[in-house]
Write a protein that binds this ligand. Structure first.
Ligand SMILES: Nc1ncnc2c1ncn2[C@@H]1O[C@H](COP(=O)(O)OP(=O)(O)OP(=O)(O)O)[C@@H](O)[C@H]1O
Length: 327
């Protein structure tokens, strides 16, 4: 377990309002004598977490920032973080890990004034990429210290919080297989995708909302209010992270021989030009799929598969630290 460092009373912070390109006022808090709780996942990604620890300490020295470090174990982390929140009353909690770590911290900060900071240290880092937070550790740490914040929308899916994206169908199956295996990295992910693809059967769905009703079959269906996967592939070209809507992006069934074309469309970020792609913009919907298709939330496989997914946007429910220049 990493040790906690430094502690002091907090002094007042001053607030400067500025505008944001993502349709919300951005606040800048001058961080002085502020407690920051870093939640570090030692399991995520590849970066040496000991190095991270010393860099955090070094960076905060002389800046009146008081970093506390908590290393996740994968067991009881929520309870442990809650205890520290109660004691430290941190200005922000910084998730140092991938989307699973962001989800863990985000869950605890929903509808609160404590900000979520992200230092991407996972294998994909989807939300960080969508917020234009650099994957470079030092640059991401600088952004945390600059402390520009805005409130973003989040999704509720069958009572669970989703901060980046969830999907059903092909990719979710690969995520499940990958999570069950002991192999890691892009090559093994690609291997599982290839294995899954040849036996894969498209699934049937029904979408019911006050805005529209739709039914059909899908190769995969993504639920998000962000734009892209952690791989930087755009799957929701119309997503705005704080507009009060989420999108359902659907890749429709296609002849399997067209797979290279679909892959090309995805990689070149031109999937919206494909006739096999549609995107729906909604506030609330029920998605039925009698097959109980596999799905995941923020990269974490959901084991209780369900015939019905109740999805809803929760507007401006999470305060996040993001770069001043985020476009
Ligand atoms: N000390 C630990 N040992 C093993 N697993 C852990 C530990 N701490 C957290 N975990 C697990 O790590 C997972 C979250 O990982 P996270 O998503 O942050 O990283 P990643 O999978 O590398 O990144 P990404 O989601 O960006 O691909 C959770 O399932 C959590 O239970």
């Amino acid at each position: 377990m990493l040790e906690d460092v430094a502690f002091s009373d907090k002094l007042l912070t001053s607030i400067v309002l500025t505008t944001s390109s993502c349709n919300a006022e951005k606040e800048k808090l001058r961080m002085e004598h502020s407690n920051l709780l870093f939640v570090i996942n030692p399991h995520a990604g590849g970066k040496n977490k000991l190095e991270i620890t010393s860099e955090i300490k070094q960076c905060c020295t002389g800046k009146s920032l008081f970093p506390y470090l908590y290393e996740t174990t994968g067991i009881n982390d929520k309870e442990e973080i809650l205890k520290r929140m109660d004691h430290l009353k941190p200005e922000a909690i910084i998730a140092v890990g991938g989307d699973g770590t962001v989800n863990l911290v985000g869950d605890l900060l929903l509808n609160s004034e404590t900000a979520l900071g992200i230092i991407p240290a996972g294998s994909a880092n989807g939300l960080a990429k969508d917020l234009n937070i650099p994957v470079n550790f030092e640059e991401a740490l600088d952004i945390v210290q600059d402390f520009y914040t805005t409130k973003i929308d989040t999704l509720k899916i069958n009572g669970k919080n989703c901060f980046h994206l969830s999907d059903l169908g092909f990719n979710a199956r690969v995520v499940h297989r990958f999570a069950e295996s002991s192999f890691r990295g892009k090559i093994s992910y690609f291997w599982y995708a290839l294995k899954e693809f040849f036996s894969y059967k498209f699934f049937a769905y029904k979408i019911n909302s006050s805005e529209l009703k739709k039914e059909g079959k899908a190769f995969m269906m993504v639920l998000t209010n962000a734009n892209k996967f952690g791989t930087n592939i755009t799957i929701n070209p119309i997503g705005i992270i704080n507009d009060g809507y989420f999108e359902i992006s659907i890749i429709k069934p296609f002849p399997k021989i067209f797979a290279p074309l679909i892959l090309f469309r995805l990689i070149s970020n031109t999937i919206s030009k494909s006739k096999y792609f549609i995107v729906l913009r909604l506030k609330k919907a029920t998605i039925s799929n009698s097959w109980k298709e596999f799905f995941h939330i923020d990269g974490e496989p959901v084991t209780e598969r369900s015939e019905k997914l109740e999805v809803e946007i929760i507007p401006k429910s999470l305060k996040v630290i993001l770069p001043e220049t985020r476009q």
